[in-house]
Design a protein around this ligand. Structure first.
Ligand code: AHR
Length: 655
């Protein structure tokens, strides 16, 4: 009988869990399920020295003076010769590890001195302190690798170590070469002690000559332990936002500083020593170690749809000279090269979605991803000047993708501002060509966001949809974030025409920024999220796919008050977002009458405080949301705190 009872209970609970899959409540408007996502651009040292976990700076000796006048292939390396040793170094290009990676270092070790007390191992070699010092943790594993080609007859022995600034050895390993061909040697280093300012030291301890390139050091503990992976703490901050999509790799970085500098996705896949490094438009170096494979992998790891953006075969209109001042302007890929260029765009779709038997699908599989990435969106162009050259090329690419891949949603571009010439011309192309989605950008005052909440109410419902690909109000104070929250409720209300939206820029390394207002600041050890981060997170981690009006009553004449109600049809949860940009608390009324049975208790998060408050490295959580459980009834009064965003997530009991 007991057994029968348990079977009955299991059966009943199975039935309950099956039948309790929520149905969207009647009366809701279907909105985009991809509404809130992330825009990642390699600006402000977001990639190398940032999200990309590589600890060695200038690992391939490819830095050069076009990036920074003081840079050269030996930048961030130090020649060392402890123990009265001596030798010679040169940078050469005649027989590189790969043609895409032309520079390498040649070292001639002429004399290795005797081991000297207090100096440590004698030899001739190199030291790299990474991006302002390497952060290493006691007992964690660090994976070292380097390509070496022996140029003298006998094998070369190396001592590889991690050292403090004072030369204390934290971890040590030995490598001996075995070939006159480029060979990848690896070692693992486990520091005995943590250090935020460590250096990597490579010492040849035997006389002889060798070439060295692609010297790399990665923590084993990257995000999800991926090799060639991402800095775990930063990646986790992004994962916590539960973004619907990630747009990458830019921004202006995409269309580049002149034609030769456009971001070409094919150069960023495959083994790291075969990737093409280059200066980025923001004036520093990109190794492309964080390349298309890693972007797609990260999207998959955190359940976000990938949104790669490719140049529309024109370079940035601000190309040349100093960023945004003068320069050569927009340049277009010559017409007789467009066939190849279009093929490159089509190849990306095959690389992402094609079977392993296809040419490009096989390259994806070779990188370790057999199954397709399920790419749905491709962006063509980034806030380009809408010239005849742009228009011709955009149409050619758009037509090719539409014909060959009707399953792909193309995202076009309508200039850098919420209105004006490029905006109007870009929208005309979108209307004429029936482009499915276009990318709007605006960086402006908090007041603009408050007074433009009705912007998308007036957009045509049956025409091109909007991707608000870059937006931010001018500041990282709480008031900026709350102004954005006000506006974001209008994006939800218009989620039938606004398909996606992403704040910009995302990441910024302290003391290495090119853009002042950003979402997350960081240095090598500390992450400082802004109030804007929390607003983005509160919206993106609480997305719905049905919008409901008339649930929240408030003073409709008060433009500083905003609210939205959505339901997530996967969970059945009802999500209220209640925003008050006033400097005093304001009343609202909530009526959940249309939602059937709801839980008596709900999760509530509140972001509130002094309008001028912001987070700083000295106090990274001056402004952060607080969470609590609150009692909920069918209809209840709510007092929205001054300068606040409140999110209330309510479970339903729809059967
Ligand atoms: O987000 C920073 C920059 O702003 C982007 O690169 C560009 O698209 C815009 O002008």
């Amino acid at each position: 009988m007991k057994i029968l009872n348990s079977i009955l209970i299991i059966g009943l609970s199975l039935l309950t869990s099956v039948t309790s899959i929520a149905q969207p409540t009647k009366g809701g408007k279907k909105i985009s399920s991809d509404l809130f996502g992330l825009f990642f651009e390699d600006i402000n040292y977001s990639a190398d020295g940032g999200l990309y976990a590589e600890l060695v700076q200038n690992r391939s000796f490819e830095y050069n003076p076009t990036e920074r006048s003081e840079w050269n292939p030996f930048s961030y390396w130090e020649y060392i010769s402890p123990g009265f040793s001596y030798g010679r170094i040169s940078v050469e290009t005649s027989a590189p590890v790969h043609p895409n990676n032309p520079h390498y270092l040649v070292m001639d070790v002429e004399h290795v001195g005797n081991e000297v007390k207090f100096v440590g191992t004698s030899g001739v070699g190199l030291k790299n302190s990474g991006f302002d010092g390497m952060v290493v943790k006691a007992n964690d594993q660090y994976n070292f690798s380097m390509f070496v080609r022996q140029l003298s007859k006998d094998p070369i022995s190396f001592n590889i170590s991690l050292q403090t600034p004072k030369g204390k050895v934290l971890a040590e390993s030995k490598i001996t070469t075995s070939s006159g061909e480029w060979t990848n040697y690896t070692a693992s280093l486990i520091p005995t002690q943590s250090c935020d300012t460590a250096s990597l030291v490579i010492l040849a301890t035997i006389e002889g000559k060798f070439a060295i390139d692609v010297v790399s050091l990665f923590p084993e503990k990257t995000f999800k332990n991926r090799p060639n992976g991402l800095r775990a703490d930063l990646a986790q901050m992004l994962a916590d936002m539960k973004p619907g999509f990630i747009r990458f790799p830019g921004g202006c970085l995409v269309h580049g500083d002149g034609l030769g500098n456009m971001y070409r996705w094919e150069n960023t896949i495959g083994p790291i020593e075969q990737r093409k490094e280059q200066r980025n438009i923001w004036g520093y170096h990109q190794t492309a170690g964080l390349g298309y494979f890693e972007y797609f992998q990260f999207c998959e790891d955190i359940g976000a749809k990938p949104l790669p953006v490719l140049p529309a075969a024109v370079s940035c209109q601000n190309s040349g000279g100093t960023w945004r001042i003068g320069g050569t302007g927009q340049k277009a890929v010559p017409m007789d090269e467009m066939k190849d260029y279009i093929q490159e765009v089509l190849d990306l779709i095959e690389w992402a979605n094609g079977p392993v038997t296809s040419v490009w699908g096989a390259k994806r599989a070779a990188a370790g991803h057999q199954v397709p990435f399920n790419l749905q969106y491709v962006g063509i162009g980034n806030e380009d000047k809408i010239t005849t050259e742009f228009e011709q090329r955009f149409k050619m690419i758009f037509d090719a993708v539409k014909t060959r891949h009707p399953e792909i949603t193309v995202v076009g571009t309508v200039g850098p501002a919420p209105d004006g010439e490029d905006f109007t011309k870009g929208w005309k192309i979108a209307d004429d060509q029936k482009v499915p989605v276009v990318d709007e950008h605006y960086y402006t005052s908090p007041e603009w966001f408050i007074s433009n909440q009705q912007r998308y109410d007036a957009y045509h419902r049956e025409a091109t949809q909007v991707y608000l690909g870059e937006y931010a109000s001018w500041g990282n104070k709480l008031r900026n974030a709350i102004a954005e929250a006000v506006y974001m409720t209008s994006l939800e209300r218009n989620g039938d025409v606004v398909r996606m939206a992403s704040y910009a820029p995302l990441l910024a390394k302290k003391n290495f920024t090119q853009w002042k207002i950003d979402m997350i600041f960081f240095d090598n050890t500390v992450i400082c999220p802004t109030p804007n981060y929390y607003v983005q997170k509160m919206f993106s981690a609480n997305q719905g796919d049905y919008y409901f009006d008339k649930v929240i009553t408030k003073d409709e004449k008060d433009q500083l008050l905003a609210a939205s109600c959505v339901q997530d049809s996967k969970t059945g949860d009802i999500i209220l977002k209640l925003v008050n940009y006033n400097e005093t608390a304001k009343p609202m009324k909530i009526n959940l009458g249309k939602f059937g049975k709801t839980a008596a208790e709900a999760e509530q998060s509140v972001l509130a405080g002094n309008p001028d408050a912001e987070n700083a490295f000295e106090n990274t959580s001056a402004i952060a949301p607080t969470s609590s459980k609150v009692k909920i009834s069918k209809s209840f009064d709510f007092s929205a705190p001054a300068m606040s965003l409140t999110v209330i997530r309510i479970k339903t009991k729809n059967k």
